[in-house]
Structure formats: C-alpha cells, structure tokens
Write a protein that binds this ligand. Sequence first.
Ligand SMILES: [Fe+2]
Ligand SMILES: [Fe+2]
Length: 193
Amino acid sequence: MKKVYSKILEKALLYYEKGRPRDIEHIKWLVETIPKFIDKSEVDFDILMPVVILHDVGYSKVEKGTDFFKLDIRKFHSEEGAKIAGKILNELGYPQDKIKEIKRLICKHDNWAFGDSFEDEPILRIFNNFDFMWVVSQIGFKVYASFLKANPEETIRNIEESEKTNIKDGRKWFNKKIENYYKELMEERKREI
Ligand SMILES: [Fe+2]
Ligand SMILES: [Fe+2]
C-alpha cells in the first residue's frame, strides 16, 4: 500500500475507534481486498483509496446507540465524514483537487439508500460493491448476523434478498471478477453452516 494511504488510515483509525463497533475490521478488509480486483488504469486510486478509507469516519460524530440505518443518520454521517476527510487530507498536504473530489464522493457514498444507482460514478460503484460484499466475508458475516440477531441460515437469506434488491435498483457489479468473488464468498459461508 502506498505510504500516504497508510498515513490516511492511521489518522482515520482514531475516528473509527469512536465510531460504529467493528468498523475498523470492515475498513481494513476493504483496503486489503479492493486493490486485488481493480486495475490502476480503470480509476484514480488516489481518489478511490481515500474514499474507501475515510467513508465512514463521520460515524464518530453520531451518538452511541443511534439507529445507524436511519436515512437522516446516513445523510449526517456522510456530510460529517466529508468534513473530517478534508481535515485529515489537508493535514497530510494531499492535492487540493483530489480532496475536493474525495469529499464530494464521501458526501454521496450512501446515496444508494436514496435510490442512486451510481451509474455515472465508477468509484462509488466499486466502493459500493465491496461495502456490500463485506457481509459475506468471514468476519463481516458474523458481524452482520449478530446485528440482525439472526442465525446463519436467516442471515444468508437476508443477504440474498439484499442482492436481489441491488439488481432491481440497478446497482450492478463493476466487473465479472468482483461478482465471481462475491459468489465464491457466499458459497464459503453456506458451506460453513
Ligand atoms: Fe457510510
Ligand atoms: Fe462501509
């Protein structure tokens, strides 16, 4: 990983410690996994990686015990996250044009919940693919099941329903390799039941 991304992550972790439980594992999984599936010629990694690392730092400003899935909280944590991202990136002397774009994308990273399919936003499509896929990763599945208070079978059914909603709402897999990895992880989780 590029040195500057590690520095961003280091600063971001201080906020994630005050954010949602288990977000640190979520972010680390995204940071490790995404570069394996995206070619550097496809999108600007200097935008993609900071967006991935910083997208949920805004939860550090949300009171404990809040329903994180409420629409106003989705909007609030995105806006607060963009502000914190700006602060962190400015401290690191990151290029201004990139900071502006990263803040714009963090501001709308959760807009899929408001019906945005990210058709014209490749970085958000990639990000959103993996943000969703986290729930079929080994740790993410356990985190999600305990959040749902569901057993593994019910959790699988819930994820399969969400995947159908994604397709219905036009949220496509960015490439075949990503889609196949999702299927592979899902098979792994099913085998573990
Ligand atoms: Fe978020
Ligand atoms: Fe996320």
